[in-house]
Design a protein around this ligand. Structure first.
Ligand SMILES: NC(=O)c1ccc[n+]([C@@H]2O[C@H](COP(=O)([O-])OP(=O)(O)OC[C@H]3O[C@@H](n4cnc5c(N)ncnc54)[C@H](O)[C@@H]3O)[C@@H](O)[C@H]2O)c1
Length: 381
């Protein structure tokens, strides 16, 4: 095995993209070593298209340098990690080139915009893994302490056999029909709409929490606002505003998924409810420090959902932060993600979610589209 395993010098990081996710990942790279015992890293270079703007962002977010050509950056000897915070249409091209250049890759979700791209990325990840080069996809909500704890409770059998999951992810930033066109509203750049953007998170959670795999899908997509103002006049929206799906899992559970970017009043509400034969759980990302747990072993007359404030040192990730009850935020999930990625690199182990797990989510997304195009016919995976 070569590379990072024996590496003593700091790992050089390059991030591609400096807007929303670039900013979120930058704060995680900046603070991860202050809170967690991880290999040393250096924020070497931030990449964007506009040299002035990316230079300003690099200075603000703690990067030593900025650049405008990601191909030159991934070829650099002082870069060992490439963090892809660019839109989906660039994921496959950058990730495959970076893996082939021997760089560990963290790529934002969803893995890519299509099955074909995702499959090529998995092939590149497998070849790289054989050379000790790691890869991971950024389903950061796996690193919300309450959800990581929920997974433990389910794995420990506290819910008994899981029967049903309700996963909804509702936002309202597109509720205004005058909201302008962006890359997220064009099929050629985003792949899909709310489906790939946020149902990908919900589907990943269903499979992550249950440790199970979706086998059957029925889906529906809808676009409520068909045209929006673009830079040169009115443009057609070519992706969904909202998506619905029912999923069968190999272990026998059934899940419903409902996502929208036009659900007025819902800001970033990823809600998960899990019902088992011996207990139940509910979670809402807008209250991410809390998990509600109903223990079916309690006498019925005393049963009810208990609110657990997931800030004890015993809870996943939390011991590194503040004393009990001193809550953490959305941005901490990215620090936890990078912590786990760095530990995997240190240990020469494959991090999770792997590109294979990203591909499995992609299969479900593709099946929702296929089903939706055929009047919600059930599609087998
Ligand atoms: N995990 C999460 O919670 C979460 C949240 C939002 C977005 N995302 C994902 O993150 C990715 C990026 O989304 P975003 O919201 O940050 O988008 P954004 O539009 O805010 O930022 C995209 C960035 O990519 C850069 N970019 C575009 N083309 C480039 C090129 N050729 N070379 C270098 N840089 C280039 C842009 O300059 C910009 O800085 C997407 O895959 C998205 O699905 C994840």
């Amino acid at each position: 095995m070569s590379g990072a395993h024996e590496q003593k010098a700091p790992l050089g990081v390059a991030a591609i993209g400096y807007a929303f996710m670039g900013k979120a990942h930058s704060q995680a790279w900046r603070n991860v070593a202050a809170y967690f015992d991880v290999p040393a890293v250096e924020q070497r270079v931030l990449v964007g298209r506009d040299s002035e703007q990316v230079a300003e962002a690099a200075a603000r977010y703690g990067w030593a340098e900025s650049a405008t050509d990601w191909r030159e950056v991934i070829a650099r000897d002082d870069v060992q990690i490439v963090d892809i915070c660019a839109p989906g249409w660039l994921h496959a091209e950058i990730a495959i080139a970076a893996l082939e250049a021997g760089k560990h890759v963290l790529v934002e979700k969803p893995l890519a915009n299509s099955m074909a791209e995702s499959e090529r990325m998995v092939a590149a990840a497998q070849a790289a893994r054989a050379r000790g080069v790691q890869s991971m996809v950024g389903f950061n909500y796996r690193r919300v302490p309450a959800l990581a704890f929920a997974k433990q409770l389910i794995a420990d059998g506290r819910l008994g056999a899981v029967r049903e999951v309700r996963a909804s992810y509702l936002q309202d930033w597109l509720a205004d029909e005058d909201s302008p066109m962006t890359w997220r509203l064009r099929k050629e750049t985003a792949g899909s709409g709310a489906l790939g953007d946020i149902a990908s998170h919900a589907i990943d959670q269903v499979q992550f929490l249950l440790g199970d795999t979706v086998t059957e899908v029925s889906g529906r997509l809808h676009t409520f606002v068909g045209q929006r103002p673009g830079p040169s006049g009115v443009e057609d929206v070519t992706v969904d505003d909202a998506a619905w799906a029912t999923l069968s899992l190999a272990g026998g559970a059934v899940a419903s998924v409902e996502v929208s970017r036009v659900a007025l009043g819902r800001k970033n509400s990823l809600r998960i409810e899990v019902y088992g034969s011996a207990g139940a759980l509910t979670f809402d990302l807008e209250r991410l420090n809390e998990l509600e747990f109903l223990d079916g072993a309690v006498p019925v007359a005393e049963q009810g959902f208990r609110r657990i404030v997931v800030t004890e040192p015993e809870h996943p990730y939390v011991g590194a932060w503040w004393p009990q009850g001193h809550v953490i935020g959305w941005e901490h999930t990215f620090t936890h993600q990078i912590r786990d990625f760095l530990l995997a690199i240190r240990d020469g182990a494959a991090p999770s979610p792997s590109f294979e797990e990203g591909l499995q989510v992609q299969r479900v997304l593709a099946a929702v589209e296929e089903s939706a195009a055929a009047k919600s016919t059930i599609v087998q995976l």
